[in-house]
Design a protein around this ligand. Structure first.
Ligand SMILES: Nc1ncnc2c1ncn2[C@@H]1O[C@H](COP(=O)(O)OP(=O)(O)OP(=O)(O)O)[C@@H](O)[C@H]1O
Ligand SMILES: Nc1ncnc2c1ncn2[C@@H]1O[C@H](COP(=O)(O)OP(=O)(O)OP(=O)(O)O)[C@@H](O)[C@H]1O
Ligand SMILES: [Mg+2]
Ligand SMILES: [Mg+2]
Lengths: 261, 261
């Protein structure tokens, strides 16, 4: 069955886009069919997957408004088995333009429902939704549509602060809008083992959240921040670097959690 | 005269809070009277200045609703000459609750207007507003109230992407809501001279933006990310570290730009 995973955290710059793009590529490299939805008006996931601004004619914005089908807005990427629905800054208008609609929280769920009409062999097995750094209407749409939530957590003090607010928001969502939403896991990112603060934050997260926290940690690795400037996931940019190896390990652990391994 | 500076960039994790808190502290250490407004529901600036959640009884949220005066919501900090108006997650409700009001973009401007009734010797000389990582109603309020905008720009490829959108948004604001808004400058943050990408992004920013970019660059320095866990700006936590020295240099350059030095 298809699984929809929201990748969200209202704290900025914690590795949401880097995780969406590179986990997706690593999953595709194991033979899975994966679709990334760029739900951030910054359009960073689209850039990181090599889709230039000029190529973003039909985007998630148009699909949400019903101006085109999801299939029209879907493009292939440099990775076999990985497709993308891109975003531009137009998407920022959704927060204002659609906020009066009764079904404003369920727009994305409706659009992703179109995937159910595909023959199973063409359906993506995983849909990863990259969220903007807020808990506004776009992220709420992702949580309403998702089966589970993956939370990238930067190994920094300020990043820990916002976690309890995010978890409370998830409880509100499961209570009303999407009772089936579960937490897929918390992923430690930009971990620097030489740095006491980073190690302390990882230990803190594990002692508070236990098995929710992925064993796999993503180390700070400059190749991860270089890859987007080449429009490639790190698996294609530098497959042997520590960042690529970590995201491959994450894909294995992720598949284990979803009993697909 | 009092100057109001918005510190904004919709890209997440680029050093907005770190800059608001540490520039404010360095300015206060030169004898200036400074007020920091935490306009981010994450409340990171409040935490970084040592004001615990339990102490945030009257916040910017209450002042925006008119439930208390700005003076009631203002607290002192560990730094002589630096006061704070704190924030909690309640502030997130503003984006929805106040979006119908005619004056929704000018709420902060109205509240900060209360400072004009203070005797000049008690007025802050600088008000720094820490913004959340979006261009929603809260950041628009900051841009509507501000005399100028300081843009922290992380020395990373993805951070450059959003800059042109931010500059276009500023043009819309100056056209309609706040014709007097200028750009104070662009500050390179988390600069790592050993890293080619970081150096390339700095060079790129300077060639595109010229004199807008501050001479002072803020280096990546772990002491800057440790200081918030002690509730102190870096000037009090580790005054000789490279991060503290850089923010002191920034304060000097900032005062030069405002012809106060
Ligand atoms: N493990 C890592 N090592 C080094 N750099 C990283 C790592 N993960 C992400 N980065 C870089 O850090 C910056 C922030 O990461 P990213 O943009 O993925 O975070 P985000 O949470 O999506 O940000 P936003 O909140 O703006 O959406 C980017 O420049 C990215 O290239
Ligand atoms: N120069 C620096 N060197 C090292 N770490 C830094 C530096 N500047 C900021 N940091 C750390 O990087 C993280 C992001 O910085 P900060 O929270 O100030 O960014 P922000 O733009 O305010 O984020 P948000 O978009 O979530 O509001 C924080 O953990 C902070 O402590
Ligand atoms: Mg992102
Ligand atoms: Mg901040």
């Amino acid at each position: 069955p298809m699984r929809i995973i929201a990748i969200a955290n209202q704290k900025g710059g914690v590795g949401k886009t880097t995780t969406a793009v590179n986990l997706a590529a690593s999953l595709a490299n194991t033979g899975m069919r994966v679709l990334v939805i760029d739900l951030d008006p910054q359009g960073n996931a689209s850039t990181a997957l090599g889709v230039d601004r000029q190529q973003r004619r039909h985007t998630i914005y148009h699909a949400l408004y019903g101006d085109c089908s999801l299939a029209d807005a879907t493009t292939s990427t440099a990775v076999e088995g990985l497709d993308l629905v891109s975003a531009t800054v137009d998407l920022a208008a959704v927060e204002v333009e659609l906020s009066d609609r009764e079904d404003r929280e369920a727009l994305l769920r409706g659009v992703l429902g179109q995937l159910n009409h595909l023959p199973p062999a063409q359906q993506p097995q995983f849909v990863l939704v990259d969220c903007p750094p807020t808990l506004g209407l776009l992220t709420i749409n992702a949580l309403a549509a998702a089966d589970s939530l993956l939370i990238p957590l930067q190994a920094e003090f300020l990043a820990l602060e916002g976690l309890s607010y995010l978890l409370r928001t998830v409880e509100t969502i499961t209570g009303k809008i999407n009772p089936g939403l579960t937490i897929d896991g918390v992923l430690m990112t930009m971990v620097d083992k030489r740095n006491n603060l980073s190690t302390a934050v990882c230990n803190d997260a594990r002692s508070h959240l236990g098995a929710l926290v992925y064993e796999t940690e993503i180390p700070r690795n400059v190749r991860l921040s270089e890859a987007p400037s080449h429009g490639l996931p790190v698996a294609l940019y530098d497959p042997k670097c520590t960042g690529a190896v970590a995201y491959d390990a994450l894909a294995q652990e992720f598949l284990n959690r979803h009993h697909l391994w």
